[in-house]
Design a protein around this ligand. Structure first.
Ligand SMILES: Cc1cc2nc3c(=O)[nH]c(=O)nc-3n(C[C@H](O)[C@H](O)[C@H](O)COP(=O)(O)O)c2cc1C
Length: 199
């Protein structure tokens, strides 16, 4: 059974990006994919200190809950990350997770170990929400950062759903059509190619 890594990237429990990811996974669960949900706010995750110890091995020496995630980032066929925009980028807990990907960056770009799975096109998807209204630009930094980690792990950036003007807890549930769009996107992401949409 192929695996989908679903990463909840907000520090706020039950927040807008979590609801959005739940909708997306409702769609993805209508496939044969096995869904592995990771709540970054609930795990022990220390930030990268640039100690340099991964530079020769491609392995991180920090012992925390990131350890089993490295294999998942390398082995899973699909990944979806959902996070809010905080000061134009991902929140600290998500950025810490991404920065810990440095060990995988070393593997790919210094040690020359390709992150892909033989015969499989790995794909990644981004879900995000931001409080500011009416501008797609609020997602530009988050998109670039997420593209960088996806590329490091061998995931092709295959789609995104981005909602601006979503601020207070529960706002995403009030936005008409979001649920249907996200459920459909989740299904299509694991079944076929998905076209990028800006909403
Ligand atoms: C520290 C902080 C920084 C934020 N910075 C931005 C921002 O730069 N742009 C924006 O559109 N919204 C910003 N927001 C609003 C959040 O993106 C918004 O409340 C979002 O719905 C939170 O999603 P969540 O419920 O999944 O945590 C910020 C919120 C916080 C707490």
């Amino acid at each position: 059974m192929p695996d989908l890594l679903a990463v909840y990237g907000s520090p706020r429990k039950g927040g807008n990006s979590s609801v959005l990811l739940d909708y997306f996974l409702e769609g993805a669960s209508r496939s044969s994919y096995s869904i592995d949900r990771i709540f970054l706010r609930d795990i022990e995750l220390f930030p990268c200190t640039e100690c340099g110890r991964c530079a020769k091995t491609g392995s991180c020496v920090i012992q925390d809950d990131m350890e089993p995630l490295y294999d998942k980032l390398l082995q899973y066929e699909r990944m979806v990350l959902s996070c809010p925009v905080f000061f134009l980028g991902p929140p600290a807990v998500t950025k810490a997770f991404i920065d810990r990907g440095q060990a995988l960056w070393i593997r790919k770009y210094i040690l020359g170990i390709k992150p892909g799975i033989q015969g499989v096109q790995k794909k990644g998807f981004l879900l995000s929400v931001g409080g500011f209204k009416g501008s797609d630009n609020i997602f530009a930094c988050t998109r670039s950062i997420v593209k960088a980690i996806y590329s490091t792990c061998g995931f092709k950036y295959a789609g995104e759903l981005l909602f601006s003007g979503i601020d207070h807890i529960g706002d995403i549930k009030k936005r008409k059509g979001v649920r249907d769009i996200a459920v459909k996107a989740g299904y299509e992401f694991v079944i076929q190619n998905y076209n990028i949409q800006h909403l």
